[in-house]
Design a protein around this ligand. Sequence first.
Ligand code: HEM
Length: 759
Amino acid sequence: MTEKKNPVAAAAEKVVEKVQEAVPPPNEIPGAPSPEVASVKEPAEPREPLPPKHDQRGPDTYSPTGHPTGVPQGDMAQGGAYLTTAQGARLYETDHSLKAGSRGPVLLQDHHLREKITHFDHERIPERVVHARGAAAHGVFKGYGTAGGISKAAFLGKDAETPVFVRFSTVLGSRGSADTVRDTRGFATKFYTDEGVFDLVGNNIPVFFIQDAIKFPDVIHAGKPHPDREIPQAQSAHDTFWDFVTLHTEATHHTLWNMSDRGIPRSYRMMEGFGVHTFRLVNAEGATTLVKFHWKPKLGVHSLVWEEAQITAGMDPDFHRRDLADAIEAGAFPQWELGVQTFPDTEDQMFEGIDLLDPTKIVPEELAPVQPIGLMTLNANPSNYFAETEQVAFHVGHVVPGIDFTDDPLLQGRLFSYLDTQISRLGGPNFGQLPINRTHTPVNDMLRDGMHQTAVHRGVAPYHPNSLDGGCPFLAGEDAGAFVEVPAEVPAARKVRDAAASFDDHFSQARLFWLSMSPTEREHIVAAYTFELGKCWEQAVKERALTVLANIDTDLCAQVAAGLGLPVPEASVPPVDAEPSPALSQVGGEWPVDGRVVGIVTDGADDLDTVRTVRQAVLDVGMVPLVVAPAGGTLGGDADPVVVQRTFTTARSVEFDAILLAGAPTPAPDAYGARDAKVDDNAAAVTGMDPRLLLMVTEAYRHGKAIGVWGEGGSVLEAAGLPADSAGVVTGESASSVLEAVTGLLGGHRAWDRFTPAL
Ligand code: HEM
């Protein structure tokens, strides 16, 4: 909390503290559906509802008008041991409707039936028009105080702590679509500051498809499924998307980022976030600085490989939301440092020749380093998806004193759009009163009535000026914390539908990005374009796309053309070399391994003591061990049982960041093709091993994952035809030294040396 804390806010903080105190130690293996182990028999003894799981919490309890209520969060949830109507009357039956005789017609009189069905009939609300699919978490932001010279925003002050709620999302897919599709990811943060709500509504890609908000409906209509058949879902690999982005070439830079590994993140926890636009910060003296916001993940920026993303979309469409929730439940709280690139607020709003108002351009970090200004930690999962993740409403126009806008035409349009869309999505103008959206500051807005009004306003004079309500509310001066727009100069100009000439450069920064990629990353980009364009039906769209690629890079264009079986066109705007920006590449660093998932394969008969030790060692370094065995249940008797989390039927390599082979399981009783199509009967007969394990290991190998082997496990590699001496494969006598080496490899994300790029 910042220094301007009021006494009631302090009371509310205590409530939060109390909730946090109650948090028991994290679950070793996350994913339990309930805080208690369920009984086989249906419980019959009446009791109060269970509390949320230890990792979950709801919104802080503030009134619709921003007053801390001190009400425990549990009191916002259902209570009482007995089933009731919505009006609180207890019910004795809910399995049968009221009928005229047990085989007779249902009676209109059945108030319980009508209430229950009517409510159910209206449970759905419109999904977001974009970013419909998402996952969120609660957390806290702590300011470093380093931004004091450029912004007076109190939440950026040294050690100021501010509650936050963050929602990550894909852009194109519907609410139920898969997480691991190729797309941009949303990264929206709501800061509940003592000066009002500040929303930083960004993406994991620092540039955008369009330069002017008036094109937003066009780019989204092109990216969404075709309106006739409504396919494909959550994909850009289709004709309308490529038709638009190849005709409207300002989309080139963003499209290239989407085709890069950034389009398929490994985890929400491993993404950068960007405010995209240039914002204007203002300090206590009124001096202004232009900035670009960056979130830097402590875990580094990492991605899936394409085949892995595709398999995952089928195996676990919830992969990213599960990863986020599991990590938090396991106590691996993800963290990001907030940073800013700063630029002088000059009249032309250019920096080193880069137009700061053009949202299709970055400023390379080598030219303007990202300066850290605070740390965000996500430490709790929501306790109710609908109430929190679905109902949260972000808006770029939610700002606090010290943060202001620039004239970026995309930003200006967004300032209109978010407020507008939420009226439709959340059913009226009072969505700010939903618990997750409530500010933690007193609200006296003179806005009145409307659908779903939950505040009970007093007084007779909701107008200004008045004398009948004692003149209240009063206008604050800047000294009393008012948000006062920076009186920025607007040059004398004519009304035009036009953009600055600098906005016409659509290719130079796409080339800069391409030149900044490592060879393996370039291979992935070529493959992504080839896949996506290969999925288009229209020859003209593919040919046009190649003309765009020719303007980025000759090799890129030639490789994609070869994949499509088309001639290589001439560049219409010949590529000009740019200084690469090493900060754009994801490869070649060392990062923490928190929350990484390690599969430990055992045949159930090999040395279980070693399995126990390794399992514990994985936990000790903050990772999640999942034991994989031929059948479910427990291993090793009752004394110190090893619980099996996955079997060969349920497991697939994509769940694991690394695989440890403790044994060499022979085919399990269910390992035959008629039962499980993953089984190659011939391989089972030839190798004498369970073919699903061989599939798992070869898949992990193809995806550049670390594989650790000791004891009998070595024969699995042999049976799978994998060289034991290749990069990222660790063999050894001692399980602990194997694990240590595998953990080291995980720090680099993948065994990059296993790939042999040709580019
Ligand atoms: C730099 C460009 C943009 C970025 C970074 C961005 C980011 C986001 C994010 C992260 C969300 C999801 C918010 C959530 O989690 O609830 C979102 C939603 C949305 N965005 Fe944008 N967006 C951009 C451009 C635009 C433009 C130009 C428009 C319209 C002119 C627009 C309209 C919307 C709408 C209508 C929603 C749905 C909001 C809701 O229903 O809650 N966005 N955007």
